[in-house]
Write a protein that binds this ligand. Structure first.
Ligand code: ZN
Ligand code: ZN
Length: 132
């Protein structure tokens, strides 16, 4: 009993640390990058535990997985839908504000026999570091 409750406490504490680490604007780290920061506060945590907790937190809608990067999966502490721009050279991801997009409105589509639940729109280019 005592053991179960202490492992639950440890899990809760690890997720709280993860949430605090992820609470940084415009940061889209890989699991390894998160692991390196979390390890300073929880030295005994493993990369597998970080992956597992990131999975749970994104399923619960606390954080967001960024799937469309192509390379390594990245995570976002801001779970609200927003656009990203990817650097084609170094892979860095930045938030792209809707006000800075020139368009008349998000595309909508219907398809017979299909329930469309969303769409993916990917912006890409080169970050300033890669343009030097
Ligand atoms: Zn770049
Ligand atoms: Zn973002």
């Amino acid at each position: 009993m005592a053991k179960a409750s202490s492992s639950l406490q440890r899990m809760t504490r690890q997720r709280r640390i993860l949430m605090e680490v992820m609470d940084r604007a415009n940061w889209h780290p890989t699991a390894e990058e998160i692991y390196n920061v979390v390890r300073e506060r929880a030295p005994r945590i493993s990369l597998g535990t970080v992956y597992r907790n990131l999975d749970v937190l994104s399923r619960e809608g606390m954080i967001m997985k960024i799937e469309e990067t192509g390379g390594q999966r990245r995570y976002d502490g801001n779970p609200k839908p927003h656009f990203h721009v990817f650097c084609l050279k170094c892979g860095v991801v930045r938030d792209l504000h809707e006000n800075d997009i020139n368009w008349d409105g998000p595309p909508e589509a219907t398809c017979p026999g299909f329930t469309i639940t969303g769409f993916k729109l990917v912006f890409e280019g080169y970050c300033s570091a890669c343009l030097d």
